[in-house]
Ligand binder design. Structure first.
Ligand SMILES: C[S@@+](CC[C@H](N)C(=O)[O-])C[C@H]1O[C@@H](n2cnc3c(N)ncnc32)[C@H](O)[C@@H]1O
Length: 241
């Protein structure tokens, strides 16, 4: 197995594009809506150090866990869906890297088991409201919520993130906008506002180019007919406490 990407270079400007999503270690694209490992690798190297404690409170298929372990960072990964955590356990079952991995079934709005001011870096990837539903009926699954309820749910997420992060440390999250009835809703900036309201300061906005969107072919015709552009970017917001 290949444990590192070939010729990896840190990103230096605010537009990131990874046409090859990254297939080293145990990474794959099977978990719906999962993230390229290049994103987590860049964020972890730039905003954390070896032996730091990292938090990903929407851990999904475990991309961040694999990268943190390989890069000798310790990480806590939480998700509300037990099936996701099962995938995470398989993904980190390898012997390379010295990072400890703690996997917990938990709601990102209630991280009571994490002490105040104890985390060195948060990097996470919440659902994009209900664009992808990650379960059918898990009560605390915020991917089942409509736009406004999702934003309300992100308020306690932001409060918890601020509480557990050490002062002067960074919190980054990945999110996209959505199109409803051919109009754009700025889910990214609306979510960012919830984090700013609890005290985070925006340090960087990165545009991440989206490749191989599954629905591109279906939507191409609709986009032409309705005279709009297909969304092919997401945001990575990096904030400081
Ligand atoms: C976009 S996915 C994360 C994908 C992940 N970055 C990866 O690369 O595999 C978002 C995750 O948030 C989880 N989720 C939804 N509501 C949650 C909540 N209240 N607390 C924690 N996780 C939640 C979903 O189960 C889903 O796995």
């Amino acid at each position: 197995m290949k444990w590192e990407p070939d010729n990896f270079q840190l990103e230096h400007n605010s537009v990131w594009s990874f046409p090859e999503r990254g297939n080293w270690a145990t990474h794959d694209s099977n978990y719906r809506g999962n993230c390229s490992p290049y994103v987590f690798r860049n964020l972890l190297i730039r905003y954390s150090n070896e032996s730091d404690w990292i938090l990903d409170q929407f851990v999904g298929g475990g991309t961040s866990l694999v990268e943190a372990k390989l890069l000798n960072r310790n990480i806590i990964g939480t998700d509300i869906n037990p099936d996701a955590l099962e995938i995470c356990r398989t993904k980190v079952n390898f012997g390379v890297g010295t990072g400890k991995v703690e996997i917990r079934l938990s709601d990102a709005r209630h991280l009571d088991f994490i002490k105040d001011n104890s985390i060195d870096f948060i990097c996470t990837h919440p659902p994009y409201a209900n664009v992808i539903k990650y379960s059918n009926d898990i009560k605390a699954d915020i991917s089942l919520l409509d736009y406004d309820c999702f934003l309300s749910a992100m308020e306690p997420v932001a409060i918890e993130a601020y509480r557990v992060l050490k002062k002067n440390k960074y919190c980054a999250f990945i999110i996209g906008d959505i199109r409803q009835k051919s109009f754009i809703r700025h889910l990214g900036f609306d979510t960012l506002k919830r984090f700013e309201q609890v005290g985070f300061k925006l340090k960087d906005t990165i545009i991440k180019v989206q490749h191989n969107c599954q629905s591109t072919h279906k939507w191409k015709r609709i986009a032409i007919d309705n005279n709009f552009f297909l969304l092919a970017h997401e945001y990575i917001f990096v904030m400081k406490k």
